[in-house]
Structure formats: C-alpha cells, structure tokens
Design a protein around this ligand. Structure first.
Ligand code: PEP
Ligand code: MG
Length: 574
C-alpha cells in the first residue's frame, strides 16, 4: 500500500525512481574470544581486500567525475589500508590476544587516531586522524557485513533518501542518476535545499521520518511541487505522476523563448531578474537561464571547496571569471558568510550554542582582518574586468558597515599606491537580513550604495525560528504582514535616498511573493537561476499599479500569513 510522507517543497519538479538510502549502518560489535586465529586473520584480510576494492572504484569514479584533488582523499585511504605497520599490529593482536578481528581493528586504529589527534602543531597529521576513522568504518562494515552507502558508485536512476545533506554532499551528486532528494531534516532555505534548486533536482525536505519509512530499493515518487513523497506507489499513481512530471517539463520548455528578453510588467515597469550563484562556473548557467545580472555570488563556497584559505590570486581568478562571463552585466559579490550552517574544516570556529546568532560572516571578517583584506584586494582587482559590486553580509549596526567600508578604502588605496590600476567606483552595499538593519534602513540608506534584502535570514531572525529546523518551519512566513511591513520600510527608505533595493532571499522567486514585491517597488529580484524564466513569464501578466494596491491592502488590513496568501491567490486567479 502506498505510504505518503509530507515535507517541505524545496526544489520544483517530480522525480520517480528507486530509493537510495544514504544512512550510515550500525557498526557496533562485541569483543569476543576466538578459537582459531588463522581463520580470523583470514577474515580480516578478506575485509581489507573488499575495502580496497571499494576504494579503487570510488577513486576511479571520483577522478573521472570530479578530478584529481577530490580523488586524492581516496588514494590516502588506500594507502592507510596498505600500511604494513598498522595491518601487522592488528594481526598480531588477533593472534596474541585471541580476540575477534573487529576488536583488534578498533583497538589498533584507535591508537593511531589518538597519536594523530595529539599532533597539535601539525594540522596535516591531525587531518589523517579523520582518514583513519573513515577507513576503519569501511573495514568494519565488511567484517560485519553491513554495507556503507557510496553515492559516488551510483550508476542507475535513484532518489537519495537521507537524514540531512550538507551543501557539499548535494553539490557532488551526479545529476545524470540522481532524480530527487528526500530528507528528514531541513527547511526551504537551508543551503542544501538552495543547492538542489541550482542543480534542478526535485527535492522534498523536512519529512522528519523518511529514513525510518524507506529502505534502499523501494519504489518512490518525490513531488517537489507540493512537498510530498509517495513510498511504493500504485501503478495508477505512477502513471498520474509521470504525466504531471511531463507537463512540468513542457511548461518549463515554453519559458525558454523568454531567455533573452527584458523583464517588463504588463504596464511597462522594468525590473531586473538576477541569479544567485555559488561557484564561478554557475555564471554561464545563469546567463543561459536568462539572468540579467548576478544578484548574489555566495563566495563562501570558494572557501568551503578548498582545504585551506583561498589565496588572493585564486580568488581573483574566480571573481574575474564570474564578471567576464557576465559581459558587463552587474555582479554583486558578497564577502564571505562563513559560520551558521557553513563551517570551514581548516578554520576552527568556537563551539557555539547558537551558531546562527554567533561568530559568522562580517563578524569574522572584522575580527580576522587578514582574511577580509585578502578577499577585498582580490575583488578590487577583479573589478577592472566588469561591473563588480561588493556586498557585506549580516550587517547589524552602522559601525559594522563603516568599519568594513574603511577597510575597503584602505585596501583600495594600498593597491593604487603599489601601482595596480583599480576601477574608479566600486559600489558598496549590504545585506538587509537582520531586523536591526531593516528597522534603521533610513539611516543605512544614507551611507550605502545599495541594499539586498536577505529574507532567508530576515525571516529566521524576525520570527526567531531556525531556518533549518523542520519543527519550526511553520514560522517561515514570507507573506506575514509583519515581514511585509519591514520590507516596505526598507524599500521606501532606500528610494528616499535614491538607492536601489534588491532581494536575494528565496522569497524573491516565490510565485505568490513576487507580485507583492513588484507592487511594493522592489527594483531587483535575485533567485536560483532555474526560477528566473518562470518569474519573468509571471511578471509579463502583472500590472504594477494593481499590485501596489493589493500589497498595501495586505500590509494595512491583513493580519496573518494565511490571509495574505489567500488575498494573493484570489487576485492571481482573477
Ligand atoms: C539570505 O539570508 O536571505 C541570503 C540570501 O543569504 P544566505 O541564504 O546565504 O544566508
Ligand atoms: Mg543570509
């Protein structure tokens, strides 16, 4: 019988395939005395061999799909398995203590891990400790006959079912085979959800129990339009969803003719539809998807996809690549927003009770200025190649903005003094994603060149609801009049000073929010590139004057998220 799971629609589209559960198996075991050490050593050797054979396959696939750097990790794992010293010690323990291979393996590898962890002055060796842990798990999984999931080895269509996915795990999925994502945790604006939209893979997140209800191989439908998953669907349901999936693909195809036209409302108002990107390579996709600008380049992915702080030159190359790909169209580059749900392995941050309220983004940049200055120099140099605008994340106070601007000015002057040519004027703006900044937008507007409203965080902070926590996802209320009032205040304050306002939170691409935002006077809408043509097609049908009245009604007379939602739906249908 079909079981239906309800979750949060995180990425449009319908995926139909068998489930592939990315769930770590239980690798617990008991230490046992054995009678025959020779056969136990043989069992160990077989497990080592099987683990080596897994790693060889994973290394080869990674090399082919992702490249040398990513494959190097698995080379290192193979080297550990082949280490005669470690393997010799495990065998010796089996023979002298007459204990099972699992216990001997764990005892010896634990010793290596303790030694590596203790090398506090040698980060390279400390990292080897994580490798030994990984390898131990793999060998244990063979000894216990409980296979580890290996997404790199997927070679048929699947839907990935996981408790949670990190943004980098999501980014590494092979689009050819991964037809959908289904997770227990997460919200619409968690970074793995944003990544699944970039990859155009249908996703439903926050189901709470998908990994308990589903095992690998079960037949599955993921409906990323309505936030549903059907486990072991009937033939009739399969046929119905296949039909819906086709309709969606066809609708998407009809939007293609809008790729190169400007975004103009029915009554002639032009707004800019821009793309949010995470890597320099995404900018080509953004142009192909019809973007008129890059409204948000999340530079933290440059830092996350590296095993050390990226150098000024490496960053310069990345920023130059983005700006060149846009051929003169504006590119808003946000300085790094590390922290929150985006940690860096090589930059240990303090353990915090509330990372989203903690040491992150501009707070780190103003504190660890050498990191910030390096990034600013790379940005200033790259601005010679096109229209780069720099944006600071998580600004709460005017002092923070002024301090960031001061550091920018110093680095610009230093570059000029050392003979580097720099663009005459680089616009400096800020994210409005903390309620304090939104409330005092009138004061900020006098000092910034532009605003970009980050509703993913602005909503989480306004309603005090963690954006990745499915238990409070009902408080992600983009239509709530409280939020609309804040947004209207920011737009009005900016326009009074002649400054433009963009929105780069996910709300900008929302089917029901976009008409209201048009009515409220938003200048630029920046979203996942895959949403641009849908919104452009929608904008063509809207009259700004009508939506100004509807937005005003929502702000003045509605009281709840639901009331505004119904008001907008009524008018869209009319
Ligand atoms: C936001 O907070 O709305 C935003 C666009 O930034 P991020 O999702 O990277 O926090
Ligand atoms: Mg944010």
């Amino acid at each position: 019988m079909t079981k239906t799971l309800k979750g949060i629609a995180a990425s449009d589209g319908i995926g139909i395939a068998r489930a592939y559960c990315l769930v770590a198996p239980d690798l617990s075991f008991q230490t046992k005395t054995i009678a025959d050490s020779a056969s136990e050593v043989k069992r160990l050797e077989q497990a080592l061999q099987a683990a080596t054979s897994d790693l060889t396959q994973i290394r080869d696939k990674t090399l082919a799909n992702l490249g040398q750097d990513e494959a190097a990790v698995f080379e290192a794992h193979m080297a550990i398995l082949a280490d005669p010293d470690m393997v010799g010690q495990i065998k010796e323990l089996i023979t002298t203590k007459m204990i099972n291979a699992e216990a001997a393996l764990q005892t010896v590898t634990d010793q290596f891990i303790t030694i590596f962890d203790g090398m506090t002055d040698n980060p390279y060796m400390q990292e080897r400790s994580a490798d030994v842990k990984d390898v131990t798990k793999r060998v244990l999984s063979h000894l216990l006959n409980r296979p580890l999931p290996d997404p790199a080895l997927i070679d048929e269509p699947v839907i990935i079912v996981a408790h949670d996915l990190t943004p980098s795990e999501t980014a590494q999925m092979n689009r050819q085979f991964v037809k959908g994502f289904l997770t227990d945790l997460g919200g619409r604006t968690s970074h793995s959800a944003i990544m699944s939209r970039t990859l155009e893979i249908p996703a439903v997140v926050g189901t709470e129990n998908a990994t308990q209800e589903i095992t690998t191989g079960m037949s599955l439908i993921v409906d990323g339009l309505d936030g549903l998953a059907l486990v072991t669907p009937t033939a009739t349901e399969l046929a119905q969803f296949k039909h819906q999936a086709q309709e969606f693909v066809q609708e998407r195809a009809t939007w293609q003719k809008l790729r190169r036209v400007p975004t103009v409302s029915q009554d002639g108002k032009h707004v800019v539809l821009a793309a949010n990107v995470g890597t320099p390579d995404d900018s080509n996709g953004a142009v192909a998807a019809g973007a008129e600008a890059i409204g948000l380049f999340r530079t933290e992915f440059l830092y996350m996809n590296s095993d050390q702080l990226p150098s000024e030159d490496a960053q310069f190359v990345a920023y130059k690549k983005v700006v060149m790909a846009m051929h003169g169209k504006p590119v808003v580059i946000r300085t790094m927003d590390i922290g929150g749900d985006k940690p860096l392995t090589y930059l240990p941050l303090p353990k915090e009770m509330n990372p989203f309220l903690g040491y992150r983004a501009i707070r780190i940049s103003l504190d660890r200025q050498e990191i910030f200055r390096t990034q600013l120099r790379a940005l200033i140099r790259a601005a010679n190649y096109g229209e780069i605008r720099i944006m600071f994340p998580m600004i709460a106070t005017l002092d923070e903005f002024r301090a960031a601007k001061q550091i920018f000015n110093e680095e610009q002057q230093r570059l000029v003094a050392s003979g580097v040519s720099v663009a005459k004027k680089i616009q400096l703006g800020m994210m409005v994603e903390i309620p304090a900044a939104a409330i005092s937008a009138d004061q900020f507007a006098k000092e910034v060149d532009f605003f970009s409203i980050g509703t993913n965080d602005l909503i989480q902070y306004t309603f005090a609801a963690d954006r990745g926590n499915e238990h409070v996802s009902y408080l992600y209320q983009p239509y709530n009049p409280t939020l609309l009032r804040l947004i209207q205040h920011v737009i009005t304050a900016a326009h009074k000073e002649g400054k433009s306002v963009a929105m780069c939170g996910e709300m900008a691409g929302d089917r029901l929010a976009a008409p209201l935002l048009l009515g409220m006077g938003l200048d630029e809408f920046s979203m996942s590139a895959t949403s641009i043509l849908r919104v452009r097609s929608q904008m063509k049908q809207l009259k700004t004057t009508d939506w100004a009245k509807i937005a005003n009604q929502a702000i003045q007379h509605c009281q709840t998220n639901q009331e505004v939602k119904q008001l907008v739906e009524r008018h869209l249908q009319a």
